[in-house]
Design a protein around this ligand. Structure first.
Ligand code: SAH
Length: 220
């Protein structure tokens, strides 16, 4: 079932060239995208679309991010091998596997139990379990148990930057988070300069599913 044919690899190569043309420069990020067969993470009805640069539905009304978005966020994290990364919003686990291919230790947290279970199974089947640990819970509050992190990646749209995430960064650590309303969010990168000071940069607009939970959008 989990086959990766020459045809898949060829389509993936083309997709990566497209992402390179769109402005992603870090070869390590592009190599990680080549290493992970995206079609393994999609529902069967969308399989033939796996190598289009588009987001697709997974279960529970959620989406697997567009490959360009995955590349953009991963590049902003400026990862070095053996660093530790917290991902908030495991979803299909595709992004978590990309991070693992960057040579980092990944902690990923998902709010939805069905997606959490499916993602954890996927991580085991693909043998990423030494590099990726899956957690079930409200990631809008981070995951203090394994903090501080070299990088924190939020893959759902937040109404504001949760302060609790800032203080789970190491000095020099990077938080990449889309912030905005329920339609579009601006990609932001916040770097912890020292105990109390942070710098903030803004990048282009994206469209993510909402970050829920205590520091996210409240469901009424
Ligand atoms: N990174 C994923 C895409 C995630 S879509 C991938 O590679 O496939 C966003 C995910 O964030 C959804 O699965 C959603 O259930 C989850 N989510 C939303 N609010 C959350 C929260 N407070 N904590 C953890 N996960 C959350």
């Amino acid at each position: 079932m989990l086959e990766d044919t020459f045809q898949h690899k060829g389509l993936r190569k083309k997709l990566i060239e497209e992402i390179r043309r769109k402005g992603i420069k870090d070869e390590r990020v592009l190599n990680a995208l080549m290493a992970v067969p995206r079609h393994w993470f999609l529902d069967s009805v969308f399989l033939q679309h796996a190598y289009q640069d588009k987001a697709f539905p997974i279960e529970e009304g959620q989406t697997i991010s567009q490959p360009y978005t995955v590349a953009f966020q991963t590049e902003l994290l400026q990862l070095q091998p053996n660093q530790s990364v917290l991902e908030i919003g495991t979803g299909s686990a595709y992004q978590a596997c990309i991070l693992a291919e960057m040579g980092v230790k990944v902690y990923t947290i998902e709010y939805n139990e069905i997606l959490f279970k499916k993602a954890r199974r996927m991580i085991d089947i693909l043998r990423y379990d030494k590099k990726v640990q899956c957690f079930l819970g409200d990631g809008s509050q981070g995951l203090p148990r394994f903090a501080p992190y070299d990088a924190i990646l939020v893959t759902a749209g937040a109404p504001a930057v949760p302060e609790s995430l800032l203080f789970q960064l190491k000095i020099g650590g990077r938080l990449v988070i889309p912030v905005g309303d329920n339609k579009t969010q601006k990609m932001m990168r916040i770097i912890r300069k020292n105990e109390k000071q942070f710098t903030q940069e803004e990048f282009e607009n994206f469209s993510f599913v909402p970050l829920l939970g205590k520091n996210g959008w409240q469901i009424k």
